[in-house]
Design a protein around this ligand. Structure first.
Ligand SMILES: CC(=O)SCCNC(=O)CCNC(=O)[C@H](O)C(C)(C)COP(=O)(O)OP(=O)(O)OC[C@H]1O[C@@H](n2cnc3c(N)ncnc32)[C@H](O)[C@@H]1OP(=O)(O)O
Ligand SMILES: CC(C)C(=O)C(=O)O
Length: 517
């Protein structure tokens, strides 16, 4: 074990997905997982395989595609959870099962209704059973932040003897202060010695998640569990970008400690996750927020112009933020400049088909917009690669709405090479669009959330719409994305995206079931 290496365990696809409104479909999770691999994370917690057939499908398809990061699934200390996790990760060249049980008095008494002895027995059996599927087993003492040290030592002794090689100490409810968490990690990592790697998983309820992660690292933790943009249950988790950049930027404080993260991929990863989830990091969010490298006031601007480091402790380029791009794209730009820009922005896995289709959209956009920005291009490419499932494709939309009339939408869509059209009235224009699409597809969706943001400033900005729609009780919500300078067109595209994504998941799950039968 390299004593200076900090293993980066990314749980965006598991704990991050537990952020309200952040559930992702399988195709989206695969995109994020491939980007996390490119970012260089050591372990990707791809989901909780036993939670639903959709989760199992997502973890196992990620396991089939990711080669360089270990793929992990979370499971309770329950045989069936562990079995599902083992089966889901088995195809990955590197894989891990992460099993857990709570060890705090409050969780054991009220939630689990188990004695300390029962908890230890369940923990040991979980680890032993997980070892029948994989060699690499992580065990978490849930709510370690509120657990008693002597009991945690007993649990640790037992699960290490049973075969766990990573012991995670989550501050599940974000309760601890950095000094306290550091002291706990010090005592327990000294106790574990060379027998296991100590990991931390901090929540941000008091805004201390990253401070706690860093305190843990300086006190012996050698794995950090983090998420992109700090997504996660309630107030979120420690953000990957914050912990990694603190370790890199403050070498004086962290000495030889290092991570394998390619920090130049941070911004692209953050944008991808924000686009897919529809949840933008707050503007002043460290590292990836819109204002993270912006200087507003005169004295700061003067300082930066004279010497960048007067007001910047990191270079934007180090996290992949491209400033002062020299290639300005507009309506006279050709394919070569467009491809060059895409490469500059780090999209190296894009297919020719995706590139051609994005180029066509770029030309349409450039006709409407004076200057196409990096953010516009990033969004066009991401949109292209997210909208792979095209059972239904929007061909035309006509809407009419007036204060005293009936909001009406006429929609044309392509289905099996045929154009089908219909029109409907609604309570508002959007309602009319959704109702018409429901009638054309024969699938009725229940809109859970609708989000519209502008990609850049200006009246001619691209509108990015994200819809989250539920179609039946068996499957979770499906996210759709639409991009257009016209918000209503973007809305119709997003809603159809949700329909397509639902249909493709349904088809895949039924094929899997047929195969199993
Ligand atoms: C701190 C964390 O982030 S933990 C991870 C959270 N993630 C999730 O919960 C994933 C999504 N969850 C789900 O889909 C569902 O909760 C499932 C499929 C996991 C379980 O569903 P259900 O069987 O209906 O149980 P339900 O969610 O109502 O309750 C959880 C049960 O698991 C028990 N449990 C909780 N944690 C553990 C554990 N680590 N090991 C064993 N049992 C546990 C609870 O005590 C409760 O048992 P009870 O029903 O006997 O009281
Ligand atoms: C299961 C563990 C790792 C967790 O998510 C938590 O305690 O917050």
């Amino acid at each position: 074990m390299d004593k200076n290496k900090i293993i980066v365990f990314d749980t965006t696809l598991r704990d991050g997905e537990q952020s309200p409104g952040c559930s992702m479909n399988t195709e989206e999770k695969i995109k994020v997982a491939l980007q996390l691999e490119k970012l260089g994370v050591d372990v990707i917690e791809a989901g909780f395989a036993a939670a639903s057939p959709g989760d199992f499908d997502a973890v196992s398809r990620i396991a089939e595609q990711v080669k360089n990061s270990s793929i992990c699934s979370l499971s309770r200390a329950i045989e069936n959870d562990i079995k599902q996790a083992g089966l889901a990760v088995e195809k990955a060249p590197l894989h891990r099962i992460h099993t857990f049980i709570a060890t705090s008095p409050i969780h054991m008494k009220y939630k689990l209704k188990m004695s300390e002895d029962e908890v230890i027995k369940r923990a040991v059996h979980a680890v032993e059973y997980a070892r029948t599927f994989v060699d690499d087993v992580e065990f978490s003492l849930e709510d370690a932040g509120r657990s008693e040290i002597p009991f945690m030592k007993e649990v640790m002794d037992a699960v290490i003897a049973a075969g766990a090689s990573t012991i995670n100490l989550p501050d599940t409810v974000g309760y601890r202060l950095p000094t306290e968490l550091g002291a706990m990690v010090k005592e327990l990592s000294d106790f574990a010695g060379n027998r296991a790697r100590i990991s931390v998983h901090n929540h941000n309820d008091l805004g201390l998640a990253t401070a706690n992660t860093l305190a843990a690292v300086t006190n012996g933790a050698r794995q950090i569990e983090v998420t992109i943009n700090g997504l996660g249950e309630r107030a979120g988790n420690s953000a990957l970008e914050e912990a990694v950049m603190a370790i890199k930027t403050r070498k004086d404080a962290f000495g030889d400690l290092y991570t394998s993260i390619n920090t130049k991929e941070i911004y692209a990863t953050s944008r991808l996750v924000a686009t897919i989830t529809g949840v933008e990091p707050q503007q002043n969010k460290s590292i990836v927020g819109k204002n993270a490298f912006a200087h507003e006031s005169g004295i700061h601007q003067d300082g930066v112009l004279k010497h960048q480091e007067t007001y910047e402790i990191m270079k934007p380029e180090d996290v992949g933020v491209i400033k002062d791009s020299t290639l300005i794209l507009g309506k006279h730009s050709g394919r070569a400049a467009f491809r060059d820009k895409i490469n500059q922005l780090g999209f190296d896995k894009i297919t020719d088909e995706e590139l051609n289709s994005a180029f066509e959209k770029f030309k349409v956009l450039a006709d409407k917009k004076k200057e196409v920005t990096d953010d516009d291009v990033r969004m066009l490419i991401t949109d292209e690669s997210l909208n792979h499932d095209k059972t239904y494709e929007l061909v035309g939309l006509q809407i009419s709405d007036c204060s005293n009339g009936l909001p009406t939408a006429a929609v044309s869509i392509k289905y099996n090479d045929e154009i089908i059209s219909d029109a409907n009235i609604g309570n508002g224009t959007m309602d009319a669009i959704f109702k018409t699409i429901d009638r054309l597809t024969g699938i009725s969706g229940d809109l859970q959330s609708y989000n519209v943001t502008s990609v850049t400033e200006g009246k001619d900005a691209l509108a990015k719409v994200t819809t989250r729609v539920v179609f039946d009780e068996q499957t979770p919500s499906f996210v759709g994305h639409g991009l257009s300078v016209d918000t209503m067109l973007a809305t119709a595209k997003a809603y159809l995206g949700s329909v397509n994504s639902f249909l493709s998941q349904k088809e895949r799950l039924s094929k899997r079931t047929e195969h199993q039968v």
